[in-house]
Design a binder for this molecule. Structure first.
Ligand code: KMH
Ligand code: ZN
Length: 308
């Protein structure tokens, strides 16, 4: 089995400031938590930006550029920018910062789907900012749009034109079929780094059977041409990460995916989750990959080719 690539997704666009005081929102907080997560063992940092004044998910390049140079100065971890952004953003908005920053890696969501956040609103009693409640509640009538044309567009702009490689976000079996279709069209090159995403309301549930089925399907479609990683949003984050590590996969943790470190206990930082994931991986007899080992495994273009 290869070394395990730990990805840490630092802030995302799902959780809101009222849910945890530890969710990083300013450039300083995002950079600080990202660097600490890398020190704890994350080889890849998956990043979104927030408006520092109110924590709202932001696509503005200036918000990304607030933390990207600090991160590049503080760690050699691979920077992976989201092209998913938030379901409320247009694709053009979602691409604005990655276009400018030219990162080594980007996420690429492999299908359109529901991305329902509204059940989380019911658990909040005190709202810190006005935007949060409608943002969560209106997700009952929102499509996270990732059509084949959108996917081809991201591949062209970020892959062909800027040399990024991808974290292919697959929330369902059909997303693997879509990736195989793009491989058939010659628009994606192996090795594929596939993120099996569990626990989003609209995608597959975090069940062991779903993971074994995804792996079996990906084995059939891609043979030796792929690596898988697992992220589970919510309570099953660590159990599913453990299962992935046991099955030869990679793992993703971070406050984008879960705010907790244990039942009823908020994680105080991204690094705390990385430390826990690392402990699980090492207890299973596997080693974690350094950023340069991850670069070699994934065929990345190198940290000296980015524009931040
Ligand atoms: N928020 C995660 C469930 C993206 O940024 O492109 C998936 C994600 C999407 O990370
Ligand atoms: Zn993300």
């Amino acid at each position: 089995m290869s070394k395990v690539v730990i990805t840490c997704a630092i802030t995302g666009s799902i959780h809101t400031p009222s849910m945890s005081p530890y969710l990083p929102v300013t450039a300083q907080e995002i950079a600080g938590q990202a660097i600490d997560a890398a020190r704890a063992g994350a080889a890849i940092l998956h990043l979104h930006a927030r408006d520092p004044d109110n924590g709202r998910p932001s696509a503005a390049p200036e918000h990304f550029m607030g933390f990207l140079p600090q991160i590049a100065a503080g760690t050699d971890a691979v920077v992976n920018l989201s092209t998913g952004g938030s379901a409320v953003m247009s694709l053009d908005e979602r691409l604005a910062a990655p276009r400018e920053a030219r990162p080594e890696m980007c996420s690429l969501n492999m299908g359109s789907m529901n991305f329902a956040l509204y059940p989380m609103a019911a658990k909040i009693t005190e709202w810190k900012y006005d935007w949060e409640k409608p943002f969560l509640e209106n997700s009952d009538d929102l499509i996270f749009r990732n059509t084949p044309r959108d996917i081809a567009h991201v591949l062209d702009e970020m892959g062909t034109q800027r040399g990024a490689r991808f974290e292919f976000e697959c929330y369902d079996m059909g997303h693997l079929t879509m990736l195989a279709h793009f491989a058939d069209r010659g628009l994606v090159e192996p090795p594929f780094f596939i993120q099996f995403v569990f626990g989003v309301l609209g995608g597959m549930a975090p069940e062991p059977e779903n993971l074994t089925h995804m792996k079996r399907s990906a084995d059939k479609l891609f043979g030796d041409d792929y690596m898988f990683s697992v992220l589970a949003a919510g309570r099953q984050q660590m159990p599913m990460a453990a299962m992935s590590a046991g099955m030869g996969g990679h793992v993703r943790v971070g406050l984008e995916d879960s705010l907790m470190i244990a039942r009823g206990r908020l994680a105080r930082s991204n690094a705390e989750q990385v430390e826990k994931a690392r402990g699980i991986v090492e207890a299973l007899g596997r080693e974690i990959a350094t950023p340069d080992e991850a670069r070699a495994m994934l065929g990345l273009k190198g940290a000296d080719t980015v524009a931040f």
